[in-house]
Ligand binder design. Structure first.
Ligand SMILES: [Zn+2]
Length: 189
């Protein structure tokens, strides 16, 4: 079966990818992750898109993943091996369900900061899958895209800032006023 299993977070990149698969008639199944993230609200947003597009989804419950400070990025928190962990879980599910594709929203802007959003990582991961005896392969359709281009596609498909979770605040809805919300609103204008 040609269904693609998509890592869906509720943020711009993966939500746009979900709509893109849907609009291009590629069967898609969403994989959400509960991993002790600070903003569990992102999962609510992710599920809303699944319901809107009638896309089946599963929420994988992981043990709380630890964060660590990224020393060269002004003290931002990152989750070490996040993509490796989530892709591995998604590949397990996809292989068991007979899907041959797993997709995630890595893009050019992320790649500058995170090695596990680069082509070399995707290639290496696929080689690892091959040597693991799996048929499933990982893809990152936005690998060469920057956020502005992703936001344009999102806007073209009618996705609104209020439907995306990037907010820095911990409220139930995006605050609409923090730097992340303002940047998103401008990008989707
Ligand atoms: Zn906000």
């Amino acid at each position: 079966m040609n269904t693609v299993m998509l890592l869906l977070s509720g943020g711009l990149d993966s939500v746009t990818l979900l709509h893109h698969f849907h609009h291009t008639d590629q069967p898609v199944y969403a994989c959400l992750f509960s991993y002790g993230q600070r903003h569990v609200q992102e999962l609510v947003f992710a599920k809303q898109h699944c319901h809107q597009l009638n896309v089946s989804h599963v929420t994988a419950e992981l043990p709380p993943l630890r964060g660590s400070k990224l020393t060269d990025s002004g003290g931002n928190w990152v989750v070490p091996a996040r993509n490796s962990v989530m892709l591995s879980v998604a590949c397990n599910l996809a292989e068991a369900m007979g899907f041959s594709r797993v997709a995630f929203g890595a893009n050019r802007d992320d790649a500058e900061q995170f090695p596990d959003c680069r082509k070399r990582f995707v290639d290496a991961f696929n080689e690892m899958l091959f040597h693991s005896g799996l048929k499933v392969r990982v893809e990152a359709p936005f690998l060469k895209w920057n956020k502005a281009k992703i936001a344009r596609l999102a806007s073209d498909m009618g996705i609104k800032p209020s439907q995306i979770w990037t907010c820095y605040e911990g409220g139930k809805k995006p605050c609409g006023a923090c730097p992340a919300c303002l940047k998103l609103a401008a990008a989707l204008a």
